[in-house]
Design a protein around this ligand. Structure first.
Ligand SMILES: Nc1nc2c(ncn2[C@@H]2O[C@H](COP(=O)(O)OP(=O)(O)O)[C@@H](O)[C@H]2O)c(=O)[nH]1
Ligand SMILES: [Mg+2]
Length: 314
């Protein structure tokens, strides 16, 4: 997409804090490595877990690392870092990332789900802005009928972007707003229809029923839709974020994650944990509150921003 060349520094800025914590700690562990393998393994595990990589994924990383790097004690720190980087990569790509789905025969529908405050509404606006800059015809659907202010918030973004926003009434069934949105998209040759939803997490059964209904009515209006159901996940919620991803993945047909508020977290390790535990690719990261503060997720740049300094040292 060519965004990185234009904006690599800004992109890396989103991982600055992760580099400060995970990167620096890994550097410390590799530069001051323990000769005893158990001690070194423990140091490594603690560092990975502290970066939100999660126990199971950290354990797998350690196992794989020691399989290939038994003579770690005699290696330079930069070589150990390279081995670690390779291991992160292997674990992340154990399941290959699937491409974003676009509808060749009509509007592409994106359904944004996630708990309250995770960044859904602002991410819908950021995505709309990106598609607009690509020359696409974009419309928004405010299907978060649960909170009075929520629809208005999306409407304001739509006005700023000068695009249509299909609104419901307070407490209207979100599915009926989605139907209106889909009909609007078909009638107006919209390329991308981005649907904001409510973040109610009252209980699993209700959430599942609601998501299922939304998906069903959208699919009736536009065959194959929603083409993408993405979970907005606040990167600062750590292991709780991982449980959210697992829950939503269980009850809906997710095909991507958007990790929000990466500018505020030092625990970017969650990306590896989510991919390993759910198989879901991180589609985008958001790194601020502005419309431009969204970036494609690129694993190699991410890795480079965490461990690059040392792995490339001569
Ligand atoms: N710093 C920062 N704030 C964000 C980011 N994304 C969203 N926010 C803020 O998080 C808050 C909740 O976002 P919102 O989109 O309303 O979440 P929703 O409840 O899931 O729709 C708002 O104040 C947003 O401005 C981000 O990438 N960085
Ligand atoms: Mg919202």
């Amino acid at each position: 997409m060519g965004l990185f060349s234009k904006d690599k520094n800004k992109y890396l800025h989103g991982f600055a804090k992760t580099n400060d914590s995970l990167g620096k700690k890994l550097r410390f562990v590799t530069e001051n490595k323990k000769q005893n393998k158990e001690d070194f393994m423990e140091q490594l595990m603690v560092t990975l877990i502290e970066a939100d990589i999660g126990y199971q994924t950290s354990e797998l990383i350690c196992d794989k690392f020691f399989e290939t790097c038994q003579n770690y004690y005699y290696l330079f720190a930069k070589d150990i870092m390279n081995f670690l980087g390779q291991t992160f990569r292997e674990v992340y790509f154990e399941k290959p990332d699937e491409d974003i789905v676009y509808n060749e025969n009509g509007p592409t529908v994106i359904l944004m789900v996630g708990v309250n405050g995770s960044g859904k509404t602002s991410t819908c606006a950021k995505l709309a802005n990106r598609y607009l800059t690509e020359g696409k015809k974009v419309a928004l659907v405010a299907a978060d009928t649960f909170r009075a202010g929520a629809m208005q918030q999306l409407k304001e973004w739509a006005m700023r972007l000068d695009i249509p926003c299909i609104m419901g009434k307070d407490n209207e069934d979100p599915s009926s707003v989605l139907v209106k949105g889909c009909r609007f998209a078909k009638d107006n040759s919209t390329d991308i229809l981005i649907c904001d939803t409510a973040g109610r997490l009252q209980n699993k059964i209700n959430l599942m029923a609601e998501l299922e209904k939304m998906t069903r009515v959208i699919g009736k209006e536009i065959p194959g839709a929603p083409h993408n159901t993405w979970l907005a996940l606040d990167a600062n919620t750590g292991q709780n974020g991982l449980s959210q991803a697992q829950l939503f993945n269980e009850i809906s047909d997710l095909n991507g994650i958007i990790l929000t508020k990466m500018d505020g977290t030092s625990k970017g390790g969650i990306i590896i944990a989510i991919k390993h535990m759910t198989g879901l690719p991180v589609r985008y990261i958001t790194v601020g509150e502005g419309l431009d503060d969204i970036q494609d997720f690129d694993f190699d740049l991410y890795l480079d921003s965490i461990i690059g300094d040392l792995a490339h040292a001569s």
